[in-house]
Write a protein that binds this ligand. Structure first.
Ligand SMILES: NC(=O)C1=CN([C@@H]2O[C@H](COP(=O)(O)OP(=O)(O)OC[C@H]3O[C@@H](n4cnc5c(N)ncnc54)[C@H](O)[C@@H]3O)[C@@H](O)[C@H]2O)[C@@H](O)CC1
Length: 470
């Protein structure tokens, strides 16, 4: 706790070196103890620090935290009631109300203190949460009650927690920092791992390569009035570096157009899904479902049967969710050595699992893992902090991207982008396939830029991805 408090105080100083006045909001557990230790350090360093504690906190403090309280008092830190609003507003607020011990909806004085931090933040204070924003379920990433602290920074102690990175977690945690406090936590198996930025391509583009060396992608989708979704996926597959990209539009009217004037490199096919030989189906990487509408359903029995590498998105997932025979066909693919990547958003995942979207969002890692268990696939559950799961592998959480990607078509771009990467590394399965998808998701999110500013038009996003892929 002493080390944790020092780490919090150091980060507070680094984040807000200008801050003269600092409020430390303290609860009745060890998280409060960390806050008290930090308050003592900041006071020793000459800051105007106040502890605002929930009523009766001192009677309930665990032993270490009670010692921290004594140290804060010895350092001269004033300790006032959480509801006491006297004094100038603080420039920095340290949230040490509840940490990983939070296990139910805060109420009473604790809920009031969480609201007060919200008001401080709205008034311009920097909010630094100790270990977890108070009131957040740090495993699953959602508030336990009506509200949880919204911090600009969270200092995670010992380990990172999945709920800081997925569901609503990112909106509450802000920038996440880690201090392991010099403890070796490596012995415990992780619940999930963060996706890291790829250093290099797994498969280099050799000088002696040609277009046939970098894989074929076939995009099957684009029912009436939705051909744009399939076009975006095809353009993204090409931007990823696939050697040849084919577009099989299901809307006969749109297919007649025969080419994409902005990307004439794309090759248009009609009913390829029906006419391709088993060898062609086995050789290509299929991206199926983007804007697929009702017509996608008739393609699925053949593609599930014969396509060796299949990315299933959007309407393909909806069609499978409503048809037990297709579900069986999907689940049987793995045993034949056929690989599948599912890319559902939470509603599509809910349909596949026969649950509500809220149930999926309540535990995103569990939902992705369940998709893998049922369908023997790699599952990518999209949304803030996309979760990736594959058989026998620790799930991953992607930390790139932001709400500028919340616009129509960016999911189609992602499906094609994944297909384009996979086509170049066609033998990958298992963990290697998970890494390919992780890389694709991380780069797709990173292309959004560091902050959510406005919204990306999906076609612009493809151009940005293409630049980054070179
Ligand atoms: N080895 C460790 O576990 C370390 C723990 N540290 C600190 O200790 C914290 C965990 O401390 P605690 O386990 O004491 O838990 P907290 O301080 O997070 O919460 C205190 C207690 O409040 C109760 N509680 C949970 N939800 C509540 C609610 N809604 N309303 C009222 N009471 C509620 C729980 O019984 C919990 O034990 C960490 O987050 C971290 O800040 C650090 O000092 C580093 C080392």
């Amino acid at each position: 706790m002493a080390r944790a408090g020092l780490a919090v105080a150091r980060l507070a100083l680094a984040l807000a070196p200008h801050a003269r006045s600092i409020d430390v909001r303290v609860g009745h557990g060890n998280n409060g103890g960390d806050g008290l230790e930090a308050a003592a350090w900041l006071r020793r360093w000459g800051k105007d620090v106040r502890v605002r504690a929930v009523p009766g906190f001192d009677a309930r403090l665990p032993t270490d935290a009670a010692r921290a309280l004594a140290r804060a008092r010895d350092a001269g830190v004033p300790i006032v009631d959480a509801a006491d609003a006297a004094g100038a507003p603080a420039a920095l607020v340290v949230d040490a109300l509840l940490g990983i011990g939070a296990n139910r909806a805060p109420d009473g004085a604790l809920a009031g203190a969480i609201e007060a931090i919200g008001r401080d933040g709205a008034a311009g204070a920097i909010v630094l949460a100790v270990d977890a924003p108070s009131g957040l379920d740090v495993t699953r990433g959602h508030p336990l009650g009506d509200g949880a602290v919204v911090a600009q920074h969270t200092l995670s102690l010992l380990t990172l927690k999945p709920g800081l990175f997925t569901a609503a977690g990112r909106d509450h945690a802000g920038t996440v920092w880690l201090d392991t406090l010099n403890c070796d936590c490596g012995a415990e198996p992780p619940d999930a791992l963060l996706v890291g930025a790829p250093a290099t391509r797994r498969v280099p583009r050799r000088h002696a390569g040609h277009k046939g060396s970098f894989g074929d992608v076939v995009v099957v989708g684009g029912d009436t009035s939705m051909s744009g979704a399939a076009l975006l996926a095809a353009r993204a597959a090409q931007a990823a570096g696939a050697g040849r990209v084919y577009l099989d539009l299901l809307d006969p009217g749109a297919a007649e157009a025969g080419h994409d004037p902005l990307r004439p490199e794309l090759m248009w096919r009609s009913r390829w899904w029906h006419d391709a030989t088993p060898g062609q189906l086995a050789a290509a990487t299929l991206v199926c479902g983007c804007g697929g509408g009702a017509r996608i359903t008739e393609t699925l029995p053949r593609l599930l049967e014969a396509a060796c590498r299949l990315v299933l998105d959007a309407d393909a997932l909806n069609a499978i969710a409503s048809d037990p025979a297709l579900q069986q066909a999907l689940a049987a693919r793995g045993a034949r050595g056929c690989r599948t990547v599912l890319t559902p958003h939470p509603l599509e995942a809910a349909r596949l699992l026969g649950r509500t979207t809220a149930e999926v969002q309540a535990d995103r890692v569990a939902a992705a893992t369940e998709l893998v268990r049922r369908f023997d696939c790699v599952a990518l559950l999209k949304g803030s902090g996309s979760v990736l799961a594959a058989p026998g592998v620790v799930p991953r959480i992607n930390a790139t991207g932001n709400a500028s990607l919340a616009s129509a078509g960016t999911g189609d771009v992602l499906a094609g982008w994944i297909g384009g990467w996979w086509a170049q590394d066609a033998t990958a399965g298992g963990e290697a396939l998970l890494e390919i998808v992780a890389t694709a998701v991380a780069t797709h999110g990173a292309a959004a830029g560091p902050r959510a500013a406005g919204a990306w038009r999906a076609a612009d996003l493809v151009d940005r991805l293409a630049l980054g892929a070179r």
